[in-house]
Ligand binder design. Structure first.
Ligand code: CAA
Ligand code: NAD
Length: 310
């Protein structure tokens, strides 16, 4: 299906017809989310550059992509090992790595930011990129909880700025939340919707509201689970078993907290609590703070609520 047909099939604005397809994508931040976003973009034929702070981190991103892409390949080409190897080789071949963000955005049609959940750091980054990228380049943030409008305030191109919120693990989770601010243009919004579909994802649209759709419901549930164990009502393991077997969730809240990252969850909750101190749903948890201070960030650090050390 052509891009134009696809756009019309969703009943989007006719101005979408004018938009250029996104081919070159730069992903800033090669951690849990950035590596996954880069992988899916490369799998679907886009040229991708991943940017991170050091070559060592980029090496880890590459290793995690290689592991994940081989899982995807085994599933997709279970009866044809050669086609699977070709798919892996082509996907990896579409991914470049760079530690210089300004250099890496020069040819980008779309820049997706997936760095630490901190407003000042994201704004500083986008301020620099705004001067380095072509005027047509679209900027998007994968923030879990920060207002897109506040991040976009750091750039001139606010009409070419939106939210593209992916879910962990990106190669598996089918949803993308597309966030438009008051200033996001129709062309930009339509490009972000079409790009999400080109990745094989299902996009939904949300206003620039705290936590968008999923996290506004999910994060208070996760932190309430921590408060439940703080009260001594049940153990993390029993809460996890209860939510999997009693509510049909694929992971219990403590497994999911460890999977998402306790630091990321804490950044989200702290930010909302500061903005909305009277909303008890956004109250933080001492236990979460303590674990983060101890460097127990979940699966990525080897320990969180559970231990992942071999
Ligand atoms: N890369 C590629 N494939 C992967 C993968 C990865 N990183 N992780 C899992 N898979 C694939 C596996 O290969 C497997 O495929 P098959 O079924 O074809 O064999 C399939 O996914 C299931 O994986 P597993 O059998 O290893 O494990 P599972 O059945 O327990 O599923 C899970 C793992 C998909 C992560 C599942 O537990 C799940 O859906 N968990 C909930 C995840 C969730 O809620 N994510 C959202 C977090 S919130 C967020 O992301 C937003 C934010 O801003 C914080
Ligand atoms: P992460 O800690 O795994 O990775 C962040 C990466 O960004 C690290 O590799 C770090 O070195 C890099 N980085 C930090 N500052 C940088 C800079 N100035 N320039 C280049 N690279 C920089 O974090 P993550 O879980 O991938 O989260 C990234 C973003 O995605 C956050 O905004 C988070 O809220 C959001 N998010 C996270 C999840 C999740 O489940 N973890 C889901 C959806 C969205």
């Amino acid at each position: 299906m052509s891009l134009t047909t696809k756009v019309f099939s969703r009943g989007l604005s006719t101005s979408a017809v004018r938009m250029a397809a996104i081919k070159n994508v730069t992903v800033i931040g090669g951690g849990l989310m950035g590596a996954g976003i880069a992988q899916v973009a490369a799998q679907t034929g886009h040229s991708v550059t991943i940017v991170d702070q050091t070559k060592d981190i980029l090496q880890q991103s590459r290793a995690s992509i290689e592991k994940s892409i081989s899982r995807v390949s085994k599933k997709k080409f279970k009866d044809d090992a050669n086609a699977g190897m070709d798919f892996v080789k082509k996907t990896i071949g579409r991914i470049k790595m760079n530690t210089n963000a300004e250099e890496s955005v020069k040819e980008a049609d779309l820049v997706i930011e997936a760095i630490i959940e901190n407003l000042d750091v994201k704004r500083e980054l986008f301020g620099r990129l705004d001067k380095a990228a072509k005027s047509s380049t679209i900027f998007a943030s994968n923030t879990s909880s920060l207002p897109i409008t506040d991040i976009a305030a750091a750039v001139e191109r606010r009409d070419r700025f939106g939210g593209l919120h992916f879910f962990n693990p990106v190669p598996v989770m089918k949803l993308v939340e597309v966030i438009r601010t008051e200033e996001t243009s129709d062309d930009t919004y339509n490009s972000l919707m079409a790009f999400s579909e080109a990745l094989g994802k299902t996009p939904v649209t949300c206003k620039d509201t705290p936590g968008f759709i999923v996290n506004r419901l999910l994060v208070p549930y996760l932190v309430e689970s921590v408060r439940l164990i703080e009260r001594g009502d049940a153990s993390p393991r029993d809460v996890d078993i209860a939510m999997k077997l009693g509510a049909g969730y694929p992971m219990g809240p403590f497994e999911l907290l460890d999977y998402v990252g306790l630091d990321t969850t804490k950044f989200i909750m702290d930010g909302w609590h500061e903005k909305f101190p009277d909303n008890p749903l956004f109250n933080t948890s001492e236990k979460l703070t303590k674990l983060v201070e101890e460097g127990k960030l979940g699966v990525k650090s080897g320990e969180g609520f559970y231990s992942y050390k071999k």
